[in-house]
Design a protein around this ligand. Structure first.
Ligand code: ADP
Length: 379
């Protein structure tokens, strides 16, 4: 099938045309500065018109079979990808308060396609869906129940499409049936999340009500004492100030002065003390969570690294592994240094937990999931 994958952010829209039979990418691009003036498209509808124009000759050769949308928040309703109709679009829209920057953009993207190609099958693939298997003891916060009932305040988890894709590939590489596979999967990109996999399903994950909870990220703080927020509010900072500070001005950027792992590793090697501390904090916090999730899954059969840092930074992987001696984790230094786009084992033969690098590919996962939903709907 030929699937157009749409990933709409608040002010950008990434797209890819993929053939799910050959796994070929026929076209891809990025439209940014949506709604920011300065010659950018006014809204997501106009951005979609630009995508359609850019794809015109490509689609004239071979038309699309479906459009797959990455939707950030599926709330408690969506546990798998669904075929979109008006009711589904409205349901996604009702979740806007839970993902105020992302879901409105997703809805605009869906409506723009509906307007442009009214009969095109569209599929929503949710970033939260893979984590719908979290047990209550993992998703519930220890706060008054009305917060959950009134506002839906609970842990949802994100990066689900990536965690699911990587889990499947890792099980395949180790030749373990995925429904028997226990693992800890570390998605280390600009956003960072760790997922505990038991029997192939997500049973815990480090992001929570929003993608801010958990580990140190590129520009996000991860876990902090919630009293800090109240304290800052009492010092006169607004809710928006605090939101911006924790989401955009924190994490590696705050600790090391920038959020590019490559630059931080180089600076640390050159003796930069801030970069060193940033690496220490980030790897220490990650190692603590990995230890916890190893316990949660009842003993992981693999520790899996993925995304920009996980796939590319041998230094950061080595630093994390060096903190996991208590679990008997041992890397094969040469294997860790290999650069490759293939899933691979990077641990020593006597490591008590195999360590893997498995490249993620959210677009491929969304295209494949969308094709499967459309095929099923055709009976
Ligand atoms: P996003 O969450 O935006 O998709 P990515 O998965 O692309 O992010 O990851 C971005 C991170 O990966 C950045 O911190 C970047 O510095 C890091 N990264 C990319 N390539 C390398 C590399 N060769 N070595 C170290 N870090 C890398």
């Amino acid at each position: 099938m030929r699937v157009l994958v749409i990933n709409s952010g608040s002010s950008s829209l990434k797209y890819q045309v993929r053939d799910t039979d050959t796994n070929e990418v026929a076209a891809n691009g990025l439209i940014d500065r949506i709604g920011e003036g300065a010659g950018g498209p006014a809204d997501h509808g106009e951005a979609m018109n630009q995508v359609a124009a850019a794809l015109e000759s490509e689609l004239a050769q071979k038309p699309l079979d479906a459009v797959g949308h990455r939707v950030v928040h599926g709330g408690e309703r969506f546990s798998e990808p669904v075929l979109i109709n008006n009711e589904i679009t409205r349901a996604i829209e009702r979740l806007n308060p839970l993902a105020p920057l992302h879901n409105p953009a997703n809805v605009l993207g869906i409506r723009a396609i509906t307007a442009k190609w009214p009969t095109m099958p569209q599929v929503a693939v949710f970033d939260t869906a893979f984590h719908r298997t979290l047990p209550e003891h993992a998703w519930r916060y220890a706060v008054p129940d009305e917060l959950y009932r009134q506002y839906g305040i609970r842990r949802y988890g994100f990066h689900g499409t990536s965690h699911q894709f990587v889990t499947g590939r890792a099980a395949e590489l180790l030749d373990i049936p995925v429904e028997e596979f226990n693992a800890v999967v570390a998605h280390l990109g600009n956003g960072v999340s760790l997922t505990a996999i038991q029997g192939g399903a997500s049973i815990d994950t480090s992001m929570g009500f929003t993608p801010l909870e958990g580990l140190v990220m590129g520009t996000r703080s991860g876990d902090v004492d919630p009293s800090i927020l109240v304290f800052l509010q009492r010092q006169g900072l607004s809710a928006d100030d605090i939101d911006t500070m924790l989401n955009k001005e924190s994490g590696l950027k705050a600790l090391a002065g920038n959020n590019d792992m490559r630059a931080i590793v180089e600076a640390a090697a050159a003796g930069d003390a801030r970069a060193r501390v940033a690496l220490d904090i980030t790897s220490y916090r990650l190692a603590k969570y990995i230890g916890g999730y190893h316990v949660a899954v009842g003993g992981a059969q693999a520790l899996v690294f993925t995304a920009g840092i996980g796939e590319n930074s041998a230094d950061f992987r080595a630093l994390v592994a060096s903190r996991l001696g208590a679990l008997g984790v041992k890397l094969d230094d040469a294997a860790n240094l290999v650069r490759s786009g293939d899933p691979r084992v990077i641990s020593a033969p006597d490591s008590q937990i195999p360590v893997l690098v498995v490249p993620t590919n959210e677009e491929q996962a969304i295209a494949e999931a969308s094709a499967a939903v459309v095929l099923r709907s055709l009976g």
